[in-house]
Design a protein around this ligand. Sequence first.
Ligand SMILES: NC(=O)c1ccc[n+]([C@@H]2O[C@H](COP(=O)([O-])OP(=O)(O)OC[C@H]3O[C@@H](n4cnc5c(N)ncnc54)[C@H](OP(=O)(O)O)[C@@H]3O)[C@@H](O)[C@H]2O)c1
Ligand SMILES: *[C@@H]1O[C@H](CO)[C@@H](O)[C@H](O)[C@H]1NC(C)=O
Length: 327
Amino acid sequence: MLSRWIQLSICLLILSACSSLNNQNVDRRSVLQQAVALGGATLLVPPGPALATANISPIATLSDGTKFPLASFGLQIYSDDTAYKLTMTALETGYRNFFASVLAGNQRGFAKAVKDSGIPRKDLFICGSVVSNRASGFANAKRDTTTGWKKNMDAFGVGNIDYLDQIMLDYPGPDCESVLGQWAAFEEMHKQGLTKTLAVSNFNSKQLDCVLEKCSVAPVVNQLPYSVAYHPGNSVEENNKRGVLVQAWAPLGGSLGGKFDSSKKGACAQIGKKYNKSFAQVALRWIVQSGASFNTQSKKVEHFKEDLDIFDFELTPEEMNTLGSLA
Ligand SMILES: NC(=O)c1ccc[n+]([C@@H]2O[C@H](COP(=O)([O-])OP(=O)(O)OC[C@H]3O[C@@H](n4cnc5c(N)ncnc54)[C@H](OP(=O)(O)O)[C@@H]3O)[C@@H](O)[C@H]2O)c1
Ligand SMILES: *[C@@H]1O[C@H](CO)[C@@H](O)[C@H](O)[C@H]1NC(C)=O
C-alpha cells in the first residue's frame, strides 16, 4: 500500500470535453512534446500558443485510476446565492473540478448551479467534505462522520447530485483510533456507491499511515496548505510515495493571512514577465510543476480565467528553485 505511486499522466485535452475522454479537439501533436518529471509523478505539459486558452486543465490519474483535473475551484464561505453565481462563472470559464466543503456552508447553492448549468454530471468532478475531528474514539468518530456524509448527500440532492466523485475529511480526528472511525464511515459510503473516491485534508504522514495500514479503500488526495509562500517539509514527496496526490489549499496564500506578502508576489511577477504571466499564474504553475494540484477561488471572472491559463508555459529548474526558496 505504501509503495503505490501517483501517476500524473497527461490528458492534455480541452477540459470541457476532457472528462468524458472522447473529445475531438485534442492537439495530439503537442501532448508528447514535453515531459516534466515530478518526483513520483509525471506531468506532460502542452507548450505553445496552440493551446494557450483558458479552457484547459491537465488531468491527473490518481493512484486508483480516477481522472482528476489538476485545477479545482473551491467554494469559500459565502451565501448560497454567491455560491450559485461563482459556480456558474467557474463552469463557464472551464473549471470541471469542484470542492464544496461543508465548512463553506453553501453546498445547496453550488448544487443548484450544477443542475441549472446543464453540464452532464459525468463531466464534473465533485468533492464534498465532513468535519468530524472533535469526536474521540472509533465509535463516536464513525457516528459523526456518517451523519456528516449523509448531510452532504441531502444538500447536494438539491441539485440532483446523487453521488460524489470524492468525499474529504476536512481534519483528522485526535488520534489514530478516531481517524479509523472516521475512515470506517467513509468506506461505508464508498461501499454504498455514493462516492467514487475518498480523500483527506490536513493529514500529516503519521495520520496517513494510520489509515493506509488498516484501510480497504485508500485515500487518493490530501488537501494541504501549499504554496510558494508556505511549504514546510517534503509534503508532496511524502504524499506521493504513499500514492496520495497533494491538492494545495490557499495556493495564492488566501487563507494564510499575510504569508504571501508583496515581496513574494513581486518575485513571482518578475519571473512571470518573461512568459507574459501574472504573479498568480506563476505561483500556481510552481505548484503543478512541484507535483501537486491546486484548489483556488476567486470572485473575479478575469482571475478565474487566469488561474486556468497556466498550462502553456514551463518554469525552468532555476526558476523552480528560486520560487521554492522564498518560504
Ligand atoms: N482544507 C482546508 O483546511 C482549507 C482551508 C482553507 C481553504 N480551503 C479551500 O481552499 C480554497 C482556496 O483557498 P483560499 O481561499 O485560501 O484561496 P487562494 O486560492 O489561496 O486565494 C484566493 C485569493 O486570491 C485571489 N486571487 C485568485 N486568483 C487571482 C489572480 N489570478 N490574481 C490575483 N489574485 C487572485 C482571490 O481574490 P479575487 O476574488 O480578487 O480574485 C482571493 O482573495 C478555499 O476556497 C477552500 O475551498 C481549504
Ligand atoms: C499577454 O497576456 C495578455 C493577457 O493574457 C494578452 O492579452 C496579451 O495579448 C499577451 N501579450 C503577448 C505579447 O503575448
